[in-house]
Design a protein around this ligand. Structure first.
Ligand code: PLP
Length: 436
């Protein structure tokens, strides 16, 4: 390598994030808490006044983001032991958490109750029975919202979560057929939970779904006598992913949802029921950036490849699940003054699936160049194939504006464990006690 060879000339850090790469290495995630704050403000003002907002840790369980959202008044929605631990570490009071998700195991439920969780979303009669058993054996009572799989509003955009066969939620038919199965010792049904779609850019579709959920809630209260202390209307608020762009705004949502609430659940203003929404990507998506570095540039049969030090092991692993679009990331900045060239962005993994973006117009791509992928604060690192091929995780730096608050790195490491006789049938109560 010589300094005057343009192919190995290192990129000159020219702003704050590149400066962070100098300090903490590449690749590197940067999360800006100021942006989390703005997103929370924008979402609050798009929703009916005094709505409760749950932050879905699925989008990003980093405790600094969770703690910031807690300070802003959001509560945590968790679906696993790991997310529960993150929420508690971030200072979220256990009594305010909502524990949801299909397939909650008896052991995990016992632990959750032991930690003081009292609010659960029940996904089926079986799930409700297991929540009840875990609470009952500890002398507690779990307050449950029933997740509803209802045929939603016609049309609409986004990835539909419910309305057809689904592992999520109660089908309305099933509820109407056997309402007596809702009477479970250790539980009290306190409301309903809807999550019909996600990532809805189109306000009209989103509004129609939410209004439909409100009507369904009122109908279930009237026909089945389901008490409504809490109605969680889900969300579906969209955010760009790994490409430049802005979060959508929903200027007409507040008025439309407020009208629907006044009509169907008129006591909502007195907190009967409390109205809640959930969001992951909208709250944290634009807070995160991934900085990475070009390792190699090569041309193969007419296609130019830039091989990066970060791939689907750090970003976009979820696209491997097949329900999402293939990755099509586009970095923020290219070198000014240079002619862009069509480039395919590959990661370092030994699989042809490791592509972050195809045919992206980029200038200044050379080994050592630093690229910045914007809008990756949600479904970034924790949604990726971190264990695949054994590259270290990127550092994660939390900033507020240009002030660094923390820097850390996740690691996967093997831990020796002891044999637990009867582990398969053991209730995990003792294990749960050890965790506290
Ligand atoms: C995934 C999920 C969310 C968060 O979705 P976003 O699109 O990130 O806002 C909220 N609630 C439930 C039940 C989910 O499964």
């Amino acid at each position: 390598m010589t300094a005057d060879d343009p192919l190995v000339e290192p990129a000159v850090p020219d702003d704050f994030t590149e400066h962070l790469v100098e300090r903490y290495g590449s690749p590197l995630y940067v999360y800006d808490l100021d942006r989390v704050r703005r997103a929370h403000q924008d979402l609050s003002s798009a929703l009916p006044e005094s709505s409760r907002i749950y932050y879905s840790l699925k989008a990003n369980p980093h405790p600094a983001l969770v703690a910031e959202l807690r300070t802003l008044g959001a509560r945590a929605e968790v679906t696993s032991r790991g997310e529960l631990a993150s929420a508690l570490r971030a200072g979220c009071p256990a009594g305010e958490l909502l524990y949801s998700g299909p397939g909650k195991t008896p052991g995990e439920l016992v632990e959750a109750v032991h930690h003081g969780i009292r609010h659960f979303s029940a996904e089926s009669f079986g799930d409700l029975a297991r929540i009840g058993a875990a609470a009952d054996e500890q002398g507690a009572r779990a307050e449950c919202v029933l997740r509803i799989n209802a045929a939603g509003a016609p049309g609409g955009a986004g990835l539909r979560m419910t309305g057809s066969a689904s592992q999520f939620g109660f089908d309305l038919d099933g509820l109407f057929a056997e309402p007596e199965r809702l009477d479970v010792p250790g539980t009290r049904v306190v409301g309903l939970h809807f999550f019909p779609l996600t990532n809805a850019r189109d306000e009209e579709g989103l509004r129609a779904e939410i209004v439909q959920s409100i009507r369904t809630a009122a109908e279930l209260r009237d026909k089945l006598g389901i008490p409504l202390q809490l109605v969680d209307l889900g969300g579906g608020f969209a955010a760009p992913y790994a490409v430049p762009g802005e979060r959508p705004t929903y200027p007409g949502l507040r008025a439309a949802v407020t009208d629907a609430l006044d009509e169907s659940l008129p006591d909502w203003r007195d907190g009967a029921p409390v109205i809640a929404f959930e969001s992951g990507r909208y709250l944290v998506g634009d807070s995160g950036r991934l900085m990475c570095t070009v390792t190699d540039v090569k041309d193969s049969r007419g296609t130019r490849y830039a091989v990066l030090d970060s791939g689907i092991n750090h970003l976009g692993g979820l696209s491997g699940l097949g329900r999402l679009l293939p990755m099509s990331a586009r970095p923020l900045r290219t070198t000014p003054g240079e002619e862009p060239r069509r480039t395919t962005l590959a990661g370092p993994l030994c699989t042809p699936a490791d592509l972050l973006g195809r045919n992206v117009d980029l200038a200044g791509v050379r080994p050592g160049a630093v690229l910045e992928f914007p809008n990756v604060g949600a479904y970034g690192l924790s949604a990726s194939l971190l264990g695949f091929l054994g590259h270290p995780a990127p550092a994660e730096v939390v900033v507020r504006g240009e002030r660094v608050l923390s820097a850390s790195r996740l690691s996967l490491h093997r831990q020796e464990i002891d044999e637990v006789p009867g582990a398969r049938n053991a209730k995990d109560t003792d294990q749960a006690k050890e965790l506290t």
